[in-house]
Design a binder for this molecule. Structure first.
Ligand code: GLU
Length: 317
């Protein structure tokens, strides 16, 4: 019988600050999902925006993950066979993907400013972003060259007027018509920084990631990424989107209120206490008793994890 392919999951944090309860909870689920199948975890640092993501934050993040017992098998400062693991070092790799899309005639320069798009009352996506109305799609090469003298363009990928659908491993079927629900989207910003959608697709593929576990707020990014996988001839992983944690009463967790920073939590609880409370919230154990990640492996099942976002019980953290 053919052996099942090894499971490779990943942590893909953006180190623009300390970890907070939301990232930490998704990291726990990513770890449990991969490790309960005998898989591995890759740590990729999503520091595309190098100015907002200094290396000290990435180092702190590694310390926080290790403190929690959320181990990884390759990546981060320790490196490994699929480096670079810092997106800030991957521009040549993204350049190659960009060239591949460009050779298919899928890219065009866009000179619209974010402010102008918002002001133009273009329709909005459910996540608040503007559905790009295609303003720059049909510029002639001469018009684009003229505009380029005054402004470095962002680059957008043309999307087709058809449904992209997939089955989320946790949430079930999901579909979007990219042209109607999203519009042509940015793959490189005007300042030359590659966009999350392109970078995450290229990196998950080249690191051999077979399952992506991340917050439900990224569910609607997945059709865009699937479109890029197909355009780049890459194999897409399985996707599992987890419920977001909300503060007691249901408001969004906010760093400003200090209710979810790992710094605060570390001052109050041991790692096992934090993991145990999260496991309780996710229905993996009946009480919020301290637990090491390994001790949850035999109890983990996606079927136990709620589908809806979860308001933390009052007084739990
Ligand atoms: N870097 C993103 C974040 O920290 C996660 C991206 C992903 O999991 O695809 O929110």
């Amino acid at each position: 019988m053919a052996q099942a392919a090894p499971v490779i999951g990943r942590f893909a944090p953006s180190p623009s600050g300390r970890m907070h309860l939301g990232n930490l909870a998704c990291s726990l689920l990513a770890w449990l999902s991969a490790k309960s199948k005998g898989g591995k975890i890759v740590l990729r640092i999503e520091d595309l925006d190098a100015e907002r993501c200094p290396r000290e934050y990435a180092d702190l993040l590694e310390k926080d993950l290790a403190w929690l017992g959320l181990t990884w098998d390759e990546g981060g400062a320790g490196g490994g066979p699929h480096g670079p693991y810092y997106q800030s070092e991957c521009a040549p790799i993204y350049d190659a993907a960009f060239a591949r899309l460009s050779a298919q005639g899928l890219l065009y320069p866009c000179f619209c400013s974010r402010a102008a798009l918002h002001a133009a009352s273009a329709p909005h996506r459910s996540d608040g972003d503007v559905i790009y109305p295609g303003t720059c799609r049909n510029l002639t090469p001469a018009e684009a060259a003229e505009k380029q003298k005054h402004k470095a363009p962002a680059w957008r990928v043309k999307v087709p007027d058809k449904m992209v659908s997939f089955r989320d491993g946790h949430l079930g079927p999901y579909a979007e018509n990219l042209a109607q629900d999203c519009g042509d989207f940015t793959v490189r910003r005007g300042d030359g920084v590659y966009a999350y959608q392109l970078a995450v697709t290229v990196d998950d593929a080249r690191m051999g990631v077979t399952e992506v576990v991340r917050g439900g707020d990224l569910l609607s990014s997945t059709p865009r990424q699937l479109y890029l996988y197909a355009a780049l001839g890459l194999k897409a992983p399985a996707f599992y989107h987890c419920p977001l944690l909300l503060a007691p009463g249901g408001r969004r967790l906010s760093k400003r209120d200090g209710d979810d920073s790992l710094e605060n939590l570390k001052a109050k609880y041991t790692a096992a206490e934090i993991i145990g409370k999260l496991a309780y919230v996710y229905g993996l154990q009946p009480e919020p008793a301290p637990a090491a990640p390994e001790s949850l492996l035999s109890r983990f099942s996606w079927r136990k994890i709620p589908v809806q976002d979860i308001a933390l019980p009052e007084g739990l953290f």
